[in-house]
Design a protein around this ligand. Structure first.
Ligand code: LUZ
Ligand code: MOS
Length: 756
């Protein structure tokens, strides 16, 4: 079966040659203007006056746009209408856009920006979730999920432990920064090229800001140089500003944020401050778990309420706990609005339960894996949100990892190493993951595909899927190649365009290949059915006996002389439609927010990682010797692409947990504002050895071709890195009380090694 083979990413050639087109590479129209955003230099305040006169006087400056120029609404909030495109009277975060300077070159626009003066009455600044909660500063009402009766169950527990955790934000650091290019067409129509995961979200934002119907606005996306959630909602403002300028000037405008502007103005992964209470029986069964999550949402809702919800969905990770009480507060602060980031609140929830287990294990003097193993989800267990677990692979991936990688021998080796080494200490940690696949907002789980078979037998495919390096276009191409049984070179995946495929959900939630792939499969099936009707007439054969294989028609498994191209030609002669538009909506799923119960996920993805870390106890530095993983791909349709996704997510998760340290000062100014102060994993800091094995399973019918979603779940393996380091520190310093304050930077490791 061709699909089982490792396929090559269809973008690999143009990527390698530097020929792949991103927004900044587009051939722009003559006379195009360039834009730069003027943003707030404080985190909270009232604007008393702004003087644009010196900036406007710079030669080559065309015009400066503010909220006053907006013909529609000065509003880009997605879930809640609480976010202006341009600040009017109040400033809510450092980096909040105030104006757009449009000039003949970006250089001139930047020069002009430096000449703008602003007078602001500063107001008190909130930077942490805890402060926000104390001051009753929230985005919306808190949410709570519950199962059983946690408060009552604690009374019957043999052991109860409590603790606090913090996990910091994370910068998306997509290689392609935010940007858009807008070309006015005739009759006030606009063509918008945007680096966005959500073309429809951009179209809606522009429609609202300009007061134009959506049909006048065409969004086109070829590919992104990375998104990671940062462009699910936050591509909107830049596209809306560019569209505003292009519309009012009736000239093309281009806006590309440079790295510093992007880091300062955009939201990140949400920092969380949480408190937990965990209760266990003597035989290590977790009986009760209670947690309060404080999400640092930033200055506006953005996607925070949905992200908070996913934190609750994943609060017990891979463990069945009969009594659960979880609450999340979306806390309004004066940071840039935090947003979607691979895992979407799930990682933050999972870090807390793993911390609770580590704390319990440390207090009881046992290995955390004993508690982890005793509580893994089993078939027909219920999640706190009411979904009954089916086709559960939690234990299977755990046991496979434990056996294949011989965890007991590994543990023994580490003990012996630690006994004989004084300055280097090793630590082990296991990290199981369970991640729900589907947008938690049920209505978002649908997609469309538009397929043209051209009369020469070549095929063009449009869907809502946005290619952002994850390889979704390659998967779509594989699906069509499999259904039609034609050579991949006959198939082209078109850009993602709102005039061809409308009303789309963003490419997010790990669901892009599933949703768009299933819609594509439906379209292909409908076309095939019509083509087979032609063969039926022609050969007087019953439809079930007809097959297309390697560009020939087969009847009863016998090759006929009729080729794919001839069949398509016959279809043209017979006036059979060679275009199909199909819609797919995930069946079964539902969720009732009034009860906080339902069946929100099509299925779950499982896996287990085994980490070994070595800490240099003189310097506080560390290395990961080994990460060994058994991952549940279902029946992977693209092994190379899926492996790449697991590797990338793993490294991104390790970065979040260990070295990526976002810092704001008390006044809300971003200190980690460049790549010299914000460190992401590089080739030298990734694990020395990475072993990723697939779990052998039948796959899941709800996944496209039984090949499970792969984008987000493996990021959470990275949490194991944190605990492997903790265990190494403990081997050096028996007095060390575990701390749950991520990222575990070398500075923190060093102080922990010598703390008592
Ligand atoms: N985006 C979204 C997501 O809007 N809803 C989700 O449930 C989700 N999950 C993961 C990543 N992005
Ligand atoms: Mo997302 S965190 O845009 O899947």
């Amino acid at each position: 079966d061709a699909l089982k083979k490792s396929v090559k990413n269809i973008d690999s050639n143009t990527h390698l040659r530097g020929e792949s087109i991103y927004v900044d590479d587009i051939n722009i129209r003559q006379g195009t203007f360039f834009a730069v955003v003027f943003d707030a230099p404080v985190a909270h305040g009232k604007i008393k006056s702004i003087d644009y006169s010196k900036a406007e006087a710079v030669a080559g400056v065309e015009r400066i746009f503010t909220y006053k120029d907006i013909p529609g609404e000065n509003q880009i909030g997605g879930i809640l209408p609480d976010e202006p495109l341009f600040a009017k009277e109040e400033i809510h975060f450092w980096g909040m856009p105030i104006a757009l300077i449009v000039a003949e070159s970006e250089f001139i626009a930047r020069k002009a920006r430096a000449l703008i003066t602003i007078d602001i009455e500063e107001l008190p600044v909130i930077t942490t979730a805890k402060e926000a909660k104390e001051k009753n500063s929230f985005i919306n009402a808190p949410r709570s999920f519950g199962l059983g009766n946690a408060d009552k169950a604690f009374k019957d527990c043999d052991y109860v432990f409590e603790g606090e955790t913090f996990s910091n934000g994370q910068e998306h650091l997509y290689i392609e920064t935010q940007g858009s290019y807008v070309e006015p067409l005739e009759n006030g129509n606009l063509k918008v090229i945007s680096s966005t995961q959500g073309p429809t979200a951009v179209q809606k934002a522009i429609s609202k800001v300009l007061g134009l119907p959506m049909h006048k606005i065409e969004i086109d996306v070829t590919r992104l140089g990375g998104g990671f959630g940062g462009k699910e909602d936050q591509a909107n403002p830049w596209a809306a500003m560019t569209a505003l300028a292009a519309y009012l000037l009736n000239q093309s405008v281009k806006l590309i944020l440079n790295r510093h502007d992007d880091l300062r103005m955009t939201g990140k992964r949400h920092p969380y401050e949480s408190t937990f209470k965990i209760g266990l029986t003597k035989n290590l069964k977790i009986q009760a778990y209670k947690v309060e999550f404080l999400q640092n949402s930033g200055a506006a809702a953005d996607l925070s309420p949905a992200i908070a919800e996913r934190t609750l969905f994943h609060a017990t990770n891979s463990y069945f706990i009969p009594n659960v009480a979880t609450t999340v507060y979306s806390c309004k602060t004066n940071l840039p609005p935090n947003t979607a980031f691979r895992g979407f609140g799930g990682p933050q929830g999972m870090f807390v339960i793993e911390s609770a287990i580590a704390k319990a294990a440390s207090e009881l003097g046992i290995a955390p894996r004993k508690i982890q193993e005793a509580n893994l989800f089993q078939e027909n267990d219920v999640f706190s949100y009411g979904q009954i677990a089916k086709q559960v692979e939690a234990k299977n991936t755990w046991n496979a990892a434990k056996n294949i990688f011989n965890v007991e021998a590994l543990e023994q080796n580490i003990k012996e190493f630690n006994a004989s080494s004084s300055n280097l200490k090793k630590g082990l940690a296991l990290m199981p993951i369970t991640f729900g696949i589907s947008f938690t907002n049920t209505m978002m789980n649908h997609a469309r595909a538009l397929v043209h078979i051209y009369q020469d037998g070549s095929v063009g495919i449009s869907t809502a899927a946005v290619e952002m390096g994850q390889g979704v276009n390659t998967k779509l191409l594989q699906i069509a190649a499999q259904f039609f049984s034609i050579h991949p070179e006959k198939i082209k995946i078109e850009s993602t365009n709102t005039t061809r495929v409308a009303n789309t959900s963003p490419s997010a939630a790990s669901s892009t290949a599933d949703l768009n792939g299933k819609a594509l499969a439906k379209a292909c099936e409908a076309l095939l059915s019509r083509l087979k009707n032609i063969v039926t007439e022609e050969f007087n054969a019953s439809k079930e006996t007809i097959q297309l294989k390697d560009e020939f028609v087969y009847i009863n498994n016998e090759k006929t002389a009729l080729t794919w191209n001839e069949l398509i030609n016959k279809a043209m002669m017979k006036r059979v439609a060679l275009t199909e538009n199909a819609h797919y909506a995930t069946p079964v799923i539902h969720f009732d927010k009034t009860k906080e119960k339902g069946h929100p996920f099509a299925y779950h993805v499982y896996g287990t990682a085994v980490f070994t870390a070595t800490v240099d106890c003189v310097r506080g530095t560390y290395e990961f010797d080994d990460v060994k993983i058994v991952h549940d791909y279902g029946k992977s349709m693209s092994q190379g692409i899926d492996l790449g996704q697991v590797e990338g997510a793993l490294i991104q998760g390790i970065g979040w947990m260990t070295m990526e340290e976002i810092a704001f000062n008390k006044k809300g100014k971003l200190l980690s504002n460049s790549l010299s102060t914000y460190k992401v994993p590089d080739i030298f800091s990734i694990p020395k050895n990475i072993d990723i094995l697939p779990l052998e399973t039948e796959g899941n019918e709800m996944a496209i071709l039984k090949s499970k979603a792969v984008g987000e779940p493996p990021l959470m393996y990275g949490i194991g890195a944190y605990f492997a380091i903790q265990n190494a520190i403990k081997a050096f310093n028996p007095n060390y009380k575990l701390k749950f304050h991520a990222p575990m930077t070398p500075e923190k490791v060093l102080t922990s090694l010598y703390a008592n």
